[in-house]
Design a protein around this ligand. Structure first.
Ligand SMILES: Nc1ncnc2c1ncn2[C@@H]1O[C@H](COP(=O)(O)OP(=O)(O)O)[C@@H](O)[C@H]1O
Ligand SMILES: [Mg+2]
Length: 586
């Protein structure tokens, strides 16, 4: 079983920054206490200084107030800066953790998540987490403290008015329970709809040639229009609810304030309260309402962050199904002896893709693998690369179990070229160097020559410095395949796997590639997977795969004379080629 990854939690994200978070809380608390001074100063001015016409006290008090409020600003600045920068660091950590994990994503499960969805995790979900942890959660603590302090001061000023004001709180609860769940619901629907839209966007972008060749513009346009209309209707309705929420909160807040002025005003006239106390009470109350509103929002934000965290963990928990051996022995220099011992494998239970695969390849041999498409050729080499482990049987490399070898050290010594191999955006040179980052110009050119890529690369406008797109869009398939071969060859591997790697190259060039590779890989092991028989004809041993089984094995002449599966497929293909060349001549 793969090692269980521990999930990311709010705690695991925050704990490296405990000291900073403590500092943020301290600064917040201090700024908070200092802010509470102002309404009380107003009370003193109205009740004592103005009535007593005490100019000296006023002149004394103002600089003190400036100092206090200045200090509050300093604390406020430090808090905002520290919490903002800590938030960024946490987001960076998290993104790094996700990025580190992506190359380890299980290859069977990766097909179930679209790249667009993974991108959403890295961008949107990570940002929702930051918004919650360093926006709303901080505000919440701030609000919580404020409510406590202010409620204490309010009841010190006037208990009756305090009770009255706090009795308005249930109104907030009503708004909260009516509107917020519905809003939350709509927000998550909107997010899903946006996800679907961007997935389609990226598919259309990737398949732009297909869309265009099928004259699919109108169809795509229509599809987008329908999806956009749906999004618009949900979004509009969400804004409608949202507007009601804020208007409602504002209205009830105003009602409360009017009530306070009314009752408080009567109390002042009756001499039960001073005018300064009423003003102070009113100001403190204003300071109370905004935290209450923030507390209303916190739950929605918390739920959103929790959902984001779960989605991120969904990706983080899809771990590579190939566990690193506990006491992996570095393979040392690989000689290239490969043995498959009764290997069986399935992707989905009950549907075996490889059955009883049993063969041995001596180092220095070239092993050809042929078979109809879907026969299991790519799966066989995937097992050799240890992308997956067999369900039954054993794979031995130089007599050692593949499972026990250090994965990275092993993969560094083997090289593979797949049929539709991937080129990174960058120059031709960068792409070839991916196989050996410290390669010199001579190494690169030599590898390109072996792959028969040098002639066409030299003819490109910028030669080896030509930029190729993410998918090598400005190159033909055959050219891309040759760059991929150069990238594999430059590794100087002990074991080379070419999985239909020359399928898009013309037959003459393919022959040249074969010849130069044979020369280069002398004494090392090569696996040649091909659909075309001409590709494998000269292999030392050919494995003929049919529906996941090796049905025949041996050299070309032996298999041909055997007049079995191989020879019938061979003659079939030969006939096709004959017919093709005949029709070309006509
Ligand atoms: N990642 C995968 N998940 C599930 N089934 C797969 C996967 N890759 C290949 N298969 C299935 O395994 C069978 C063999 O595929 P493959 O090894 O790619 O054949 P070949 O390379 O000979 O064309 C096919 O039936 C294919 O549908
Ligand atoms: Mg294949």
């Amino acid at each position: 079983m793969p090692a269980q990854k521990t999930s990311i939690t709010f705690c695991s994200l925050l704990s490296p920054y405990r000291a900073r978070i403590a500092a943020v809380l301290f600064l917040m608390l201090s700024a908070n206490l200092l802010a509470l001074v102002l309404p009380w100063a107003i009370k003193i001015i109205i009740d004592d200084i103005l009535t007593g016409k005490d100019a000296d006290s006023l002149n004394l008090m103002m600089p003190a107030l400036v100092a206090i409020l200045g200090l509050r600003s300093v604390f406020g600045f430090l808090r905002a800066y520290l919490s903002g920068s800590t938030g960024e660091r946490i987001v960076c950590d998290l993104r790094q953790e996700i990025c580190d994990h992506i190359p380890r994503l299980s290859l069977t499960s990766i097909n179930k998540i679209s790249p667009a969805q993974i991108l959403t995790r890295i961008t949107q979900d990570v940002n929702s987490l930051r918004r919650f942890l360093f926006g709303d959660a901080v505000e919440f603590i701030y609000a919580f403290l404020n409510i406590g302090f202010i409620a204490a001061i309010l009841s010190f000023v006037n208990v009756k008015l305090t009770v009255l004001s706090l009795s308005a709180l249930p109104l907030f609860a009503v708004i909260y329970f009516l509107l917020i769940p519905e809003l939350k619901n709509r927000h998550s629907r909107l997010r899903d709809m946006h996800g679907v839209l961007s997935s389609r966007f990226s598919e259309v972008l990737n398949g732009i040639r297909m869309v265009r060749s099928f004259a699919g513009n109108a169809r795509e346009r229509q599809l987008f229009e329908t999806k956009q209309r749906d999004i618009l209707s949900v979004a509009t309705r969400t804004h409608y609810l949202h507007s009601w929420l804020w208007v409602g909160i504002e209205f009830f807040t105003s009602l409360g304030i009017i009530g306070i002025l009314w009752i408080g005003g009567s109390d002042v006239m009756a001499g039960r309260m001073t005018a300064g106390e009423l003003v102070a009470f009113y100001t403190y109350l204003g300071m109370l309402f905004s935290p209450v509103i923030r507390m209303v929002v916190i739950n929605a934000s918390y739920q959103e962050a929790l959902a984001a965290l779960n989605r991120i963990n969904d990706v983080m928990n899809i771990d590579d199904e190939v566990p690193e051996a506990e006491h992996s022995a570095g393979p040392g220099k690989i000689e290239g002896r490969v043995e498959f011992k009764k290997v069986s494998f399935h992707y989905t239970a009950g549907d075996p893709v490889l059955k009883d695969i049993h063969f041995a390849a001596e180092s220095g041999e070239t092993i050809g693998i042929v078979g109809a498409s879907g026969a299991g050729k790519t799966t066989l080499v995937s097992l050799l690369l240890r992308f997956f482990d067999p369900d039954e049987g054993e794979i031995l490399i130089d007599g050692k179990k593949l499972k026990d070898l250090g994965l990275d050290a092993y993969r560094r010594q083997i090289a593979v070229v797949l049929q539709d191999d991937f080129l990174f955006s960058g120059t031709v040179e960068d792409n070839i160097k991916y196989g050996k980052p410290q390669a010199s110009r001579e190494d690169i050119v030599q590898a390109a020559r072996i792959a028969q890529a040098h002639p066409f690369i030299s003819e490109l406008a910028d030669g080896y410095k030509t930029e190729v797109g993410e998918r090598g869009f400005n190159l033909s398939c055959g050219q891309r395949q040759r760059i991929a071969i150069a990238r594999a060859v430059i590794k100087n591997p002990s074991l080379l796997i070419l999985d239909e790697a020359t399928s898009s190259v013309d037959a003459l060039t393919e022959n040249d590639i074969q010849r130069s590779i044979r020369r280069f890989m002398k004494g090392k092991t090569v696996f040649l997977v091909a659909h075309r028989f001409s590709t494998v004809m000269e292999s030392d041993k050919i494995l003929v795969l049919d529906k996941g089984r090796i049905v025949e094995a041996g050299g070309h002449n032996y298999l041909l004379n055997k007049r079995g599966f191989y020879s019938s497929l061979y003659l079939e293909q030969f006939k096709d080629e004959d017919r093709a060349s005949l029709s070309q001549r006509q």
